[in-house]
Write a protein that binds this ligand. Structure first.
Ligand SMILES: Cc1cc2nc3c(=O)[nH]c(=O)nc-3n(C[C@H](O)[C@H](O)[C@H](O)COP(=O)(O)OP(=O)(O)OC[C@H]3O[C@@H](n4cnc5c(N)ncnc54)[C@H](O)[C@@H]3O)c2cc1C
Length: 470
């Protein structure tokens, strides 16, 4: 079995930066990612290059190319299409089990870095399960991975990613029909006092203002303060209905791209039983980490959006900090060298994080999404509605894990990734109890669906014809 100093899960900015810095310090490093290329969400397929891509996706996208080149030039080994489905702490480190094209393999690592990024918050509203409805992130993946733009689309929800995607679609020659936003002027005014604390993150504000100006130049219609959103259509999405400016409105379209911000992907950190805290601003659970990204389990680190949403630049420097501390713990760097290298990274991290409280208040999650109407499906896998969860709460069901016993909610193929937070929100509201007391689903390995064949061969994997498992 392969043994390394550091195993990194995720080849986004956090994972790439951590692996590069640790490998440069002399550690043996392996990076596993289920994607076919490095880059993570924001820099997806960044190594594919091309001026046209940069024109559409923006020059920020190029920053990822630098991170990818550094990783490629380092001694770290990057395994593509490596789906990690089991992590087992053991004496002296962890055992990481993954599958590559259906063939399982296991690696032992003295230290583990979870750099598994963020997930889009689910957007349960009437009609969200109709064909033609996707998340904004999925629309962006189509653009980055395949150069495709969703046709006759309406973008709906809240958060800066909607502006970025609208602009990218317009640059690609297919602007959205409209941007229907749930945040209101009142939210923006209430967020204003937080600007003072976020002044070090001014670059993000300038970028946001630039996107808004570009939206205007492209003539993309924006409506803010929208409520009661509903995707309409028989058999597929045919339009979006909502109320705004004091009246009911409707826009006909073929695609609806929904977004209500992103939340940390805590599937692995939960399955490992690490400590988590409720983050009121991000309305999500966030793993507890120290200033280097080390979790409540010594030797297991978390960096990037998986440790709390702060964006790509913050993810890269948080990855560097984790890589430095791991190199120091394993004797490849002394404390003085670690601290000297960490200083600029910390400065950037603080600046990037400083703007978050403003963004969180300016783009709050819509009340309709936090507390969906009774008839709205919240668990798509098991077809459970918000009303079902409320009914079980009325019967005395206190936490998300109990709801599984009442109606299998969270027990489908997504393993609760897309309904977990909604169920916590509904129970918290129903019982008038804090989210921390309601808690979250208990996640169990395997993290991803695996076949019986993979399970049975994991201890005696065969050579793959192509690819890495041995
Ligand atoms: C859909 C989506 C689109 C986004 N688009 C933008 C954007 O355009 N601009 C922007 O500024 N921010 C964007 N963000 C936010 C941005 O992704 C983050 O700020 C940044 O990418 C965080 O970097 P990271 O390294 O923490 O994680 P990520 O970049 O998300 O990388 C995490 C990696 O972990 C891998 N992974 C997760 N679980 C496993 C597993 N079990 N096995 C193997 N691999 C695994 C994933 O494949 C992924 O490549 C987006 C977020 C999402 C969810």
């Amino acid at each position: 079995m392969e043994q390394v100093d550091l195993g990194v899960i995720g080849a986004g900015p956090a994972g790439m930066a951590a692996a590069t810095i640790a490998a440069t310090a002399g550690l043996s490093v392996v990076v596993l990612d289920e994607q076919p290329a490095m880059g993570g969400q924001i820099y997806r397929a960044v190594a594919s290059g091309g001026a046209a891509r940069t024109d559409i996706l923006g020059k920020d996208y190029l920053e990822g190319a630098g991170l990818a080149q550094d990783l490629q030039a380092s001694t770290a080994r990057h395994l593509t299409e490596a789906v990690v489905w089991d992590i087992a702490p053991q004496e002296g480190g962890v055992a990481i089990t993954y599958s590559h094209k259906g063939i399982p393999a296991r690696i032992e690592a003295k230290r583990l870095l979870l750099a598994t990024g963020a997930l889009e918050r689910p957007v349960p509203l009437p009609g969200w399960t109709l064909p033609g409805v996707m998340t904004a992130g999925a629309g962006q993946i189509l653009l980055k991975a395949s150069g495709m733009v969703a046709p006759r689309a309406v973008l709906a929800g809240s958060g800066p990613l909607l502006y970025l995607l609208a602009v990218q679609m317009a640059r690609a020659g297919s602007p959205p029909l409209a941007l229907i936003e749930t945040q209101s002027l009142r939210d923006q005014l209430a967020a204003a006092p937080r600007l003072a604390g976020g002044i070090r993150g001014w670059r993000i504000l300038i970028k946001g203002l630039g996107l808004l100006a570009e939206l205007r130049r492209h003539g993309i219609r924006r409506i803010t303060g929208a409520r009661d959103l509903e995707v309409i259509g028989t058999g597929r999405a045919e339009g979006l209905r909502f109320s705004a400016q004091g009246r009911a409105q409707e826009i006909a379209c073929d695609t609806v791209l929904l977004h209500q911000g992103v939340v940390p992907n805590t599937q692995a950190s939960r399955a490992l039983g690490l400590a988590h805290d409720w983050h009121a601003g991000q309305r999500a659970f966030v793993p507890r980490t120290d200033g280097w990204g080390e979790s409540s389990h010594p030797g297991i680190f978390i960096a990037g959006d998986g440790a709390g949403i702060a964006g790509a630049k913050a993810a890269a420097v948080a990855g560097q900090l984790a890589g430095l501390q791991i190199a120091c713990q394993l004797g490849a760097l002394d404390r003085a060298a670690r601290d000297a290298k960490a200083q600029p990274a910390r400065k950037t991290l603080d600046a990037e994080r400083s703007i978050r409280p403003f963004l969180e208040a300016a783009y709050p999650v819509a009340a309709q999404i936090l507390c969906p109407a009774d008839k709205t499906l919240v668990c798509r896998c098991e077809e459970v509605t918000a009303g079902d969860v409320r009914h079980w709460a009325g019967l005395g069901c206190k936490g998300p894990n109990q709801t599984k016993a009442f109606g299998r909610v969270g027990m489908g193929p997504c393993q609760g990734r897309y309904c977990g937070l909604t169920v916590t929100e509904i129970l918290s509201h129903s019982h008038n109890l804090p989210h921390s007391q309601i808690g979250a689903y208990r996640i169990r390995m395997p993290l991803k669906p695996v076949t019986l064949g993979e399970l049975s061969t994991v201890n005696a994997p065969e050579d793959a014809e192509e690819g890495h498992p041995k």
